[in-house]
Design a binder for this molecule. Structure first.
Ligand SMILES: [Cu+2]
Length: 155
């Protein structure tokens, strides 16, 4: 019964997100693909870069979720998105007009040109709070991506 209620709430949330995405031109939230009731495993989130700030600076995902993270640089200068640990040893699909860099542990950072947009598609593997920042000289910009465990979300 408790699970039913939660599924209902989740479904409502997905519906609202979907409707909102439809009416905002799909800019922030893409239609969420809820294949099975209560299992919205695909998620899209947009982080805007405005005046040397990540907006929002806190984003939540779940372990195992199929994530599409969109980064939009609205500033007139170049910025970087540097995730700490989140994408290490993780398969990351990069698209858009940024310049991604990979190291021995995989994805390291992506440079996003002025008015540019980058999309990162990945599946978070571990729960935790992961910092991200811009490492360009003089830029004090950071945020956090929180990955919740699937178990915590279902309790
Ligand atoms: Cu920057």
């Amino acid at each position: 019964m408790k699970t039913c209620q939660r599924n209902g709430v989740l479904l409502l949330f997905v519906l609202m997100a979907w409707l909102w995405g439809e009416h905002s031109g799909g800019d922030v939230v893409q239609p969420v693909n809820a294949k099975i009731l209560g299992q919205a495993d695909d998620i899209a989130r947009t982080i805007h870069i405005q005046n040397r700030r990540f907006v929002p600076h806190l984003v939540n995902f779940r372990v195992g979720q199929h994530v599409r993270l969109i980064l939009k640089n609205q500033d007139v200068e170049l910025h970087a998105f540097v995730p700490v640990d989140l994408l290490a040893r993780t398969n990351v699909q990069v698209s858009g007009n940024g310049a991604p860099e990979f190291g021995k542990d995989g994805f390291r950072r992506v440079l996003i040109p002025s008015r540019g947009q980058v999309e990162l598609v990945f599946v978070p593997k571990e729960e935790g709070a992961f910092t991200f920042f811009c490492d360009l000289p003089g830029h004090v910009m950071n945020g956090t991506i929180v990955v919740n465990s699937r178990e915590n979300m279902l309790e």
